[in-house]
Ligand binder design. Sequence first.
Ligand code: SER
Length: 920
Amino acid sequence: MKFKSVQEIGDLYLNYFKSKGHVVVPSSSLIPAGDPTLLFTTAGMVQFKPLFTGAVELPYSKACSCQKCVRTTDLEVVGKTERHCTFFEMLGNFSFGDYFKKEAIEYALDFSLNHLEIPKDKIWVTIYLDDDEAKQIWMNTGIPEERIVRLGKKDNFWGPAGDSGACGPCSELYLDRGPEKGGPDCGTSGTCKPGCDCDRYLEYWNLVFNQFNQTVSGELLPLKQTGIDTGSGLERVAMLLQEVDSVYDTDELKNIITTIESLSGKTYDQSTKVNFRVITDHSRSVFFSIGDRIYPDRTGRGYVIRRLIRRASLFARTLGITEPFIYKLVDTLTGIYSKRYPELKERAKEIQSVIRKEEELFLNTLEVGLEELEHLLNQMKSKNETEVRGVDSFRLYSTYGFPREMTRELVLERGFSFNDSEFDAELDKDRDLSRASWKGKKTAYLTGITDTSKLKTEFTGYTQLNGTAKVQFLFKDGKQVNSLKAGEEGVILVDKSPFYAEGGGQLGDWGYIKIESSQFQVQDTQKENDSHLHLGLVLRGEIKLGDTVDLEVDSKRRQSLANHHSGTHLLNGALRRVLGSHVYQKGSVVSPDYLRFDFSHPASLTDEEIRKIEADVNGAVARGITVETEVLPIEQAKTSGALSMFDEKYGNLVRVVGMGDVSKEFCGGTHVSNTKEITYFAVLKESSPGAGNRRIEAICGDPVVDYFQSAFQVLAEKIQNYNLSAKDVYGDLKTHGILDKIPAPEEVQSLFETKKTSAVEYLREIKRKLEDSLSEKLSGLHKDKKKKEALSFSLNPELVEDLLSKVIKIGDIVIAKHSFDAVDAKSLKDLADSLKSREANILCLFASKEGETSTLVYMCNKVLVDKGVHCGNLLKNSLEILGGKGGGRPDMAQGGGKNPDQIDLALEAAMKEIQNKFGA
Ligand code: SER
């Protein structure tokens, strides 16, 4: 076959479908827009999901794309096989109610034969079990019957991506790479065909015939319009055309492998293959994800990225690379991929620095963690134990930052088993107890120490994040000790420290205390009297009494704490300006992730008040006010107008933190030096903690961007659901498309970059307007749906015929008696009108029950009234049984009651009365 580079294949593909009238749509972000059920974009069709289900107006009816994708379902085998990747590019052509099976099949074959230049006799296809239509189409194109294989649901039914959306049977194209690629038995048994596990037949294109819309509950509803979704892995096609055995040997990936060789001085061979491939693959996922602004984090997408960086680091280490390394690949990656994704050029620097920081963070503990695991497994072996307990695997996670999945993989590789539920239990325990347990231990430390001269810690952390100090006391299990060794938890006291101890609502600092190669990880800092207690764990070596140690505060976390603390002061000022000077601080929490502020105010805040508060704070951030601190005698501080808290005790000297004319407060916390550092401020939630107070939860800095991105995602999903239901009621969608107004994640990001602090106000307004118009539309839809249902109920010809065919005659009176479920009185009346117009002598006795209530409607024409029928009187008797109220005229009566289970008796009572009066 003719060699074609990855770039050439991509170009050929998009040009081909363009020439067939498809719109070439750029790859969307790896963060799926409008689909909170999906962590990553996992297929080319993801960005088109609403177009398939019909939830939006169609901007075009056919499209093609080359989509960047991340799929981590097979993460653990990546590197160990020839073809698995967590990152890949997917070529696809799509039809939304335009062409269907026939054209999709013909395009795929034409492109394969005439553009990829694959010989026809090497192409095999699979179809879904009973899809005879697809089989016939393939045969018409000249693919012989013996090369068409039927496969089941696992292989040939695709989707949906995420919990819901378009899906359907599919048909796949395979390339026959010759008998020599088959397994040992494949040639002889005659069973080897597509579907066999060997390497002979490789799938390179999946054509999905979308016919169903799967709901979140798993129900398959017919799609309002059929569609085509095809996917062809770019790396996979390149592998076939370049006639290599692994995607890692195709031109672009090979280029990354060569870079790893030259940067590391290691050789890519049989023994290092897995390491090279893991690093190659994971570096691509991480590179593209951070390019789309997904940053390493503790949860969600960020956690996946963290895991990938750490797994790649582990594989680099076992290759003998002990320094941060993955970040070095960014230049090569940028060189390769900015051809297809030019925006990556501008992002390269940031991507590089994010990866590097994450690597440094992890490498710090990797070695010790691995040693600990080794030690543990050896111990277990000697005791003949086979299952690694949750406490142990969790310790690797909480102490050394080993992702659970990485530990599981390491443990399984060594032939031990891993207990997930125990790990989960430890995680829960940790969430509930971690802080409380430190606090519980705290008070016991310093009582009984006689040499109080050594107890006071000089705090240097207002201006410094590093420092050198002398170890004054060490504690283990609450008792004084002379040293703390690797693996031991304990507390360190030093004479001066840059670590902020929890106080004034601000959480304590984290970081490291080091001496030579010994390292203590500070996991919290607490205060007792004037002493700062550094609580944590020795990662390696030993810390001894009297040591001169280096202290290092986690600066990133500290910056987030400072952002949130200064943000709290600005919020306090803004509340007083917007709501009035009665606002008084009742309490606060300042964490690196968010701030919480409780204050006195009698009523919940309106949207407008929240908008003004945000605008006030963001205004102060934008002005870039210098933060000034001074230490003043308490009396002077009080007269300076600085805010303090009633129930807080202050010493003779107090620290006052001022931010221009917007804020002045008594405060011992750490702050930004200029309000600009806060970058953005947004309110997350307003509520009441009780007792006439209000509570605001808010965020500062980058989390604000994430917040708006995900809020719009959730809104988009709601709007899509609305659109789908609206279509059922109104048919035409043109009049109510509000989805287009939702900013996609990358738009939110760039709005922040261009509008800076005013982006919050701008986005808040968009969000509010969209939410308002959605809820207005939803309530309109609810009403119209009811109307439509009622109309279709009362005008339903089948129902009318059915009731007419079941009437009971008593004398001249024709009675239609029926008990319905959940039908309102208006619809019952409309239905009775329909019957009245069909049969002059009809008496309708209708009842309906819904929940705990029952409704009765009795109606007849004037001819029956003239004969002595009185609906009002009939109803009265029935209502006695139901214990309800109502009444009416001779020709029409309506009422309602409780006891829905007595409804049949109530109708029977009316029947009896008629029988008595008009019966023979
Ligand atoms: N969505 C299908 C797949 O991912 C075809 O694009 O295989």
